[in-house]
Design a protein around this ligand. Structure first.
Ligand SMILES: [Zn+2]
Length: 513
């Protein structure tokens, strides 16, 4: 098959290839790119699709998602816009009324998007009980690190609680227990639908860091999807991974099995600190409002635990993805990876997830040790006010994507769906423009180019021998001059980019050529 007259975006500056804007013909054989040649310069064999100058980019990856949660989140009521606890419970009251008469009336009710750090007064149990009555209700924070249950939900979970909110492990456990009460077949259908929705945005692959034995979930036949999935393993499931004998990169279901999903084993995921919105990200300086738990956030694993987990991951042939948001957590993660490196752990497979606040001294260490920084640019704008108020004079060290790339750190982008929607164009737009809507660009000196943002959101290149994971865009992209002239207009355009066709291994999985 030939895609003729395709327009390419310049690759990452370190990659040789045809110049930006050049029209090329892309020949695809057996799921791979066989040849990329200047348009019309070589004879075409087989099926030919004239793209008439449409832009073609490598298939996009979302490098950090929680697929089960995202699949459900897409269908859950959100309190994201609520500016107070009262506004949130008004939304919950309406959702509870609708829930009672719905098909899922027997399930607990979950709302999402709580941003209580921005509310003038803290939430209370009484307020939520008055709005939701006997319907077991949980309102999950937008960073998923805390949640607000009503009394009926606590009874359903068998919990007692002195405070209004569940935080960190208690919040993760509660959400996991609630998800466990819901039907797995329905979840699988929602996950497959969510990935089909993502393909319309050009997504060919996701990293799934779902909490509850995601590898087991991807063994279910209901998860068959053409999308590539790399599945994380949490520390509590590490020995299960050992029993299954699965190493990183292994297919979770034999690829030729009927209905098999395209899922492979990914990295060990370790959550080493909390999050900014919950004031639990572990920082080297106390929070400016004095409200950080213990002053400077929470550390979830100590050095010994990190060393032990990394040693076991090395034995099992697994990469590591260490969640570290505050600068102290990032330093501790790098220290642990450096010790593992000295102990013979293979270099290059490990990531720090989020890396929201990075001490300047740690940037060259990430580069030297080949540690990938996995960032979610949308968090930068969602957390903009919080970063300014809580991290104050340290805010300049937040989301330094330009600095990381310039120092030679490999950066990959993601959404952390459900925290932000599974849509790489949001991450790309924010990384490139550092703005959206009518906001002034935030720390514009840390912006990266469109080509860099696409390279950080894909795993392949448009070159001979690469998998034919490709996206034909429905719209032309702005160029970098347009971005610097009017970042807000460019942000709007980038965020609304859609795929005319998405191909995985040469197969059209969305749209048409
Ligand atoms: Zn996450």
């Amino acid at each position: 098959m030939r895609l003729s007259n395709a327009r390419l975006v310049d690759a990452h500056p370190s990659i040789a290839g045809p110049p930006a804007g050049a029209l090329v013909d892309i020949d695809i054989v057996d799921g791979e790119i066989e040849r990329v040649s200047p348009a019309g310069s070589t004879p075409s064999v087989g099926e030919r699709h004239d793209l008439e100058g449409a832009t073609v980019i490598p298939g996009l990856w979302d490098e950090h998602t929680h697929m089960g949660q995202w699949a459900r989140h897409r269908m859950r009521p959100s309190v994201f816009e609520a500016a107070s606890a009262e506004e949130a419970v008004a939304i919950a009251a309406q959702a509870a009324r609708a829930h009672v008469g719905s098909r899922s009336a027997a399930d607990p009710l979950v709302l999402v998007g709580m941003r209580d750090a921005l509310w003038p007064a803290p939430p209370t149990r009484e307020l939520l009980d008055a709005a939701t009555g006997a319907v077991p209700t949980l309102i999950v924070s937008s960073d998923v690190h805390s949640s607000w249950p009503n009394t009926a939900m606590l009874a359903r979970l068998g919990l007692t609680l002195d405070t209004a909110l569940l935080r960190e492990d208690a919040a993760f456990d509660a959400l996991q227990a609630v998800e466990g009460m819901l039907d797995a077949d329905a979840l699988d259908r929602h996950v497959v639908d969510a990935l089909a929705g993502a393909a319309a945005r050009g997504v060919v692959g996701v990293v799934d860091l779902e909490f509850d034995d995601a590898v087991g979930a991807w063994m279910r036949p209901g998860r068959a999807t053409p999308t590539r999935v790399e599945v994380g393993i949490y520390q509590q499931d590490l020995e299960l991974a050992a029993e299954r004998g699965l190493r990183m990169g292994d297919a979770i279901v034999p690829p030729r099995q009927r209905g098999a999903a395209n899922a492979r084993v990914g990295r060990l995921k370790v959550i080493s600190d909390g999050a900014l919105g919950t004031r639990t990200a572990w920082t080297s300086h106390p929070y400016a409002d004095g409200a950080g738990l213990a002053g400077a956030g929470v550390r979830n694993v100590d050095d010994d635990d990190l060393d032990r987990l990394l040693a076991r991951a090395t034995e099992l042939g697994l990469g590591a993805a260490i969640h570290a948001i505050g600068d102290a957590a990032v330093t501790a993660a790098i220290d642990a990876l450096e010790r593992a490196d000295a102990g013979g752990r293979p270099r290059g497979g490990d990531r720090i997830e989020h890396a929201q606040l990075v001490d300047a001294a740690d940037i060259p260490r990430l580069a030297r040790l080949g540690i990938v920084a996995s960032l979610q640019p949308e968090h930068a704008l969602d957390d903009r006010e919080l970063t300014a108020s809580l991290w104050a004079d340290r805010a300049g060290d937040a989301y330094r994507i330009r600095s990381l790339i310039d120092a030679g750190v490999r950066v990959v982008l993601g959404s952390d769906a459900p925290v932000t929607p599974l849509d790489p164009w949001r991450a790309i737009a924010t990384a490139v423009t550092r703005t959206r809507d009518d906001e002034e660009p935030w720390q514009p000196e840390e912006a990266i180019t469109i080509a860099e943002a696409i390279a950080a959101s894909s795993r392949t290149r448009i070159a001979a021998g690469e998998p034919a994971d490709l996206v034909v865009l429905a719209d032309a992209l702005p160029d970098d001059d347009e971005v610097s002239r009017d970042p807000r207009a460019a942000a709007k355009r980038l965020r609304s980019t859609t795929a005319r066709a998405t191909l995985i291994a040469g197969e059209v999985v969305h749209g048409s050529l």
